[in-house]
Design a protein around this ligand. Sequence first.
Ligand code: F6P
Ligand code: MN
Length: 314
Amino acid sequence: MSANIGVSLREHLLKHCDRTELRRIIYHIAETCKYISSILGEYNRKVAQTHNSSGEQQLEVDILSNEILMERLRRDTSFGINEFASEELDKLEIFNTNSGRYSVSCDPVDGSSLADVNLSIGTIVGIYDGPILNDRGGRDNMVAALYVLYGPLTTLMYTTKSGVHEFVLDPTGNYVLATENIRLEEKGSIYSPGGLKKDWTREHRDFIKTLEEQGHKLRYSGGLVADVNQILLKGGGIFTYPALVDKPDGKLRVYFELQQMALLVEQAGGLATNGEDHILNLSPTDIDARSPIYLGSKYEVNLAQQYLEHTVAV
Ligand code: F6P
Ligand code: MN
């Protein structure tokens, strides 16, 4: 067990991130998520009269959590945040024209439609050095990714490209280190497949069948954060939301959901692709762009790739 278990998020960040502004942004987001977690109970069943930019019905908790994150980050311009993008907004917000170095892209409460049945949901955040939309791709452009998972425990998983680390919010309201330097096995034993089976492509169907024949266990909650979290903490496996027959780009969004998860998983020694390219190489010009995703242990992701490329060895 690491000697650091139990250290605070603040202390840990000091060791793993030498950029002062970035540390402050991460810490402030983590603090803000404590507040989001405290309002989930009250607002989880209230449907709003609005839809997000993708046309999905919003809940009050989506709108409120977006406001909370956005306004708390905007308020203190010394954080050096220039752009703020969110799944719940129609367009990018500019906080700090020209003077800010960093950009934040987030899904304030992912999986919010699961809140009314008390399943786990989460906040997903990516931090970029410079504008979010540029041609460098997330691997160069992103400097940190994190999520906060609201389950039986509230936990925070973060990377500043120096490993992946899990913190638990303790009863006194402090994030304390629970698992340091998470590593995925080369091959895992769970699979987490999104999308309706009837809409899967033949290649994807064949891939999933092979995983089942190999003894992989089905573990899908329908909440991206919980599903990726179990891949990270159970030592591997695969999460996929594939291209569907009538939706070739799948469902999940590159800048609000996928690049954050890809950075975390790559930092844990895994892979994340859309079947053609690494998720972190993508740089779509549309902030709402979607992509299929295969993310997790190297063995499963490479196998998916082979099925999609029709190069699978039989
Ligand atoms: O962001 C959307 C989301 O709720 C993710 O959390 C999850 O991975 C996905 O949708 C589940 O979609 P489906 O209900 O189609 O399996
Ligand atoms: Mn989402």
